[in-house]
Design a protein. Structure first.
Length: 311
């Protein structure tokens, strides 16, 4: 169904509208009519992409004895709908590498549109043996009663909290996040990393990096929760479309899947403390980040008062 001629950017299938929630594999049986999603204009900021509303520079916030430098690390949602001007902006801002956390199915459904001159490193963060994508697709196509049974009474939020714990407990996922940190440390210029909505995998990656750089917890959570504002319009369009097709009745059941909550990130931090004793031990033992890499990240990304650096 086409919602209006002004609506642009199509996610194929009902489950595809929620692909940002879970890294998994879609089977043909889970597919449903195409839905047109309205993109949201990005929030004000020095770095923005018109067709990726959750794109932002992680710099400008407090770090150990200084602030995180601007212009070196960018976090975004998927880059599959970028305009020519958006793509040129990646070049203008000097992006030297793109790290893509999406699963193979996510990438195949919505391949990135980025300049050929910027290499992409694929570091998929997903569990191929735990097909959440098909799981959510089955809930949607299963009808309103099944949706209420599977997602009601706080179950949707619990699904998300369990997903965030998996970022810590799953060895392959830890390896991907660790590799991304080492890539940022060794990169010759600015790095951009992303998933689909830029809120879960990208949000945890940003929380880890800011923790390494000494950003306070309040600021880390504030940065994490900003995704809700940036994705509000596109999430509303998604739910409006599902409702208009009669596929969902209670949109509140799906809101935890499309947004972020403080408890989600707390679940990751809590699991890190439970499994490793502290966030520091999670970074060193869980992610395999040695002291030299930590020092490199801090020297490279922290702007200290009185020292020249990227502004």
């Amino acid at each position: 169904m086409t919602i209006s001629r002004a609506v642009r950017g199509t996610l194929t299938g009902v489950a595809a509208a929620l692909i940002a929630v879970f890294p998994a594999t879609l089977t043909p049986a889970a597919a449903a009519p195409a839905i047109s999603i309205l993109p949201q204009a990005p929030a004000d900021g020095d770095f923005s992409l018109t067709r990726a509303p959750n794109a932002r520079d992680i710099g400008g916030v407090a770090a150990f004895a200084g602030t995180i430098k601007n212009g070196l690390v960018y976090r975004t949602d998927a880059l599959d709908k970028l305009t020519d001007a958006d793509q040129q902006k990646l070049i203008t801002y000097g992006v030297t590498k793109i790290i893509d956390f999406r699963s193979p199915t996510e990438r195949a459904a919505n391949p990135n549109k980025v300049p050929a001159s910027i290499p992409t490193q694929l570091l998929p963060v997903y569990d191929p043996n735990n097909d959440f994508y098909t799981f959510i697709g089955g809930i949607i196509t299963g009808g309103h009663d099944k949706q209420q049974d599977m997602l009601g009474n706080g179950k949707a939020a619990q699904i998300m909290k369990d997903y965030y714990k998996l970022f810590v407990t799953d060895a392959t996922m830890r390896d991907q996040f660790g590799t991304a940190l080492r890539e940022i440390a060794s990169a010759s210029g600015p790095v951009l990393y992303h998933c689909t909505a830029g809120k879960d995998r990208t949000g945890w990656m940003t929380a880890i990096l800011m923790n390494i750089l000494g950003t306070d917890q309040f600021t880390i959570f504030d940065n994490f929760l900003e995704s809700n504002d940036r994705l509000a319009a596109s999430n509303k369009a998604t739910l409006d479309a599902l409702e208009k097709q009669g596929l969902i009745k209670d949109r509140s059941l799906f809101e935890p899947l499309l947004g972020v909550q403080r408890e989600f990130l707390q679940a990751s931090f809590g699991q890190a403390a439970m499994s490793y004793g502290s966030m520091e031990r999670f970074i060193s033992d869980g992610l395999g980040i040695d002291r030299a890499t930590i020092d490199t990240l801090r020297d490279k990304l922290i702007q200290r008062p009185g020292l020249p650096g990227t502004n």
